[in-house]
Design a protein around this ligand. Structure first.
Ligand code: CTP
Length: 411
């Protein structure tokens, strides 16, 4: 049975050409057994007639916070009735107003009053999506964690141009609504009794007592995976490189500095025959090289140049992949790359095979490092890739854990 059955969805439509697709979202929600309460901003009504939405949903379309025929406060009433609020499409202007917590029309006021999950499906020209102001608003919404974005995706937009900004397809939006409702009812405790080891952050490789080689990983992705795994019922060991992040509740945390230390901690957590864990997620950005001979004393700037010989670090994930004999533990890697989508995917595919893992999450460095959101594609050992999709690191963590739960036969 769909998680939408018997639920009430407040469907808010804002002014973008993709507004016509909101009608399909309404239809799919109703087909799944939900009641849909339609809301429209003034500009949305320029794109789709309220009569269409009223006809599909069998409900009057709410458009005006100040409707004199309505007794009570309309935004409070709709928010109280709705199990979930979904904004399809969400314009750049709406994202800005949501990020600021504005309540100057029915849609934003209702969102501010929401008692359940809120989802928004952005749709706009790629230049608007890429604008620093929109980027900042998306980051702000991700940090607040109250409005989850579904999409946008790369593709052709209304102007005929291509890029990131096309609205996610109605079926994908409806799937996300179902996911939000399931998570909200706490039914996704699908990892109870499972032991998951997660690595996070960079490693620091000493050059001398005061200097190190490192990278820009913040550790947020790995920490999000650990936190969501605990929420879904797993026992979690989080092996963290040097990061400035607080330990999520209910987690066993092991702090390490170097790749060698991380490997020891991973080996210990996994056990001799890898039997101590059901899954390993290597979200850490392990340094590939270390100083071949770290100096015991601080290196002095005697010469005009300094050459430091580097030695290759062990590949922690590949070593575990080589030792695994059956299907357990489930092994997950990350591929953080630079380059276009095709190149990122090609590298990820090579990593799945080389490291003998179940799947790799491919992402581009400029969209991941230091951001609250990320755009990722899943590449599995069968060679198939799920298309790139954008989400908060928590959303991506949940997708990864969903894949793990499925492979462990409980999802
Ligand atoms: N990894 C690891 N040990 C290493 C390096 C990487 O376990 N010494 C893991 C990472 O945690 C990640 C995956 O392997 O899950 C991919 O890491 P990445 O550094 O992107 O891949 P490499 O195999 O090092 O390839 P590249 O040559 O692109 O750096």
């Amino acid at each position: 049975m769909s998680a939408l059955a018997g639920k009430t969805v407040a469907l808010a439509v804002t002014g973008s050409i993709a507004a016509y697709k909101a009608v399909e979202v309404a239809r799919l929600c109703i087909k799944a057994g939900a009641k849909v309460l339609p809301l429209m901003t003034a500009s949305a009504q320029r794109f789709v007639g309220p009569l269409t939405l009223a006809g599909i949903t069998g409900e009057a379309v709410a458009t005006d916070m100040w409707d004199p025929s309505f007794s009570g406060e309309m935004h409070v009433s709709i928010a109280a009735r709705a199990d979930v609020i979904v904004i399809v499409p969400a314009t750049a202007d709406l994202l800005a107003r949501l990020a600021q917590g504005r309540a100057d029309d029915l849609v934003t006021a209702t969102v501010l009053c929401a008692r359940g999950p809120v989802l928004a499906a952005p749709a706009m020209h790629p230049r608007m999506w890429g604008h620093p102001a929109t980027r900042k608003n998306v980051e702000e919404l991700a940090a607040q964690g109250r409005v989850k974005l579904v999409g946008p995706v790369e593709g052709v937009v209304a102007s005929g141009e291509s890029g990131m900004g096309r609205m996610a397809e109605p079926a994908v939006i409806v799937e996300a609504i179902e996911g939000a409702l399931r998570a909200g009812t706490g039914t996704s405790r699908d990892l109870v009794g499972r032991r998951i080891v997660v690595t996070a952050g960079p490693t620091h490789e000493a050059i001398d007592p005061v200097r190190y080689l490192g990278n820009r990983s913040s550790g947020r992705m790995g920490f999000a995976i650990a936190a969501r795994a605990v929420a879904r019922g797993a026992s979690v060991t989080l092996i963290a490189g040097p990061v400035g992040l607080a330990t999520p509740d209910g987690i066993t945390r092991v702090d390490v500095e170097s790749a060698a230390e991380m490997q020891r901690a991973v080996d210990e957590a996994m056990g001799r025959d890898l039997g101590n864990a059901d899954a390993l997620v290597m979200a850490a950005a392990v340094a590939d090289f270390r100083a071949a001979h770290a100096s015991d004393t601080k290196i002095k700037k005697d010469g005009e140049a300094l050459a430091i010989a580097l030695a290759k670090n062990p590949d922690i994930l590949a070593a575990i992949g080589a030792r695994r004999t059956g299907k357990r533990p489930v092994l997950v890697g990350f591929a953080l790359e630079t380059g276009d989508d095709a190149l990122v995917l090609a590298y990820a595919k090579a990593k799945v095979a080389a490291k003998k893992v179940d799947f790799v999450i491919a992402n581009a460095a400029h969209e991941s490092l230091g951001h609250a959101t990320n755009r990722v594609a899943f590449v599995s050992s069968g060679g198939e890739a799920m298309p790139f999709a954008t989400g908060t690191k928590e959303d991506i963590a949940d997708r990864i854990l969903g894949e793990i739960a499925e492979r462990l036969g409980t999802g």
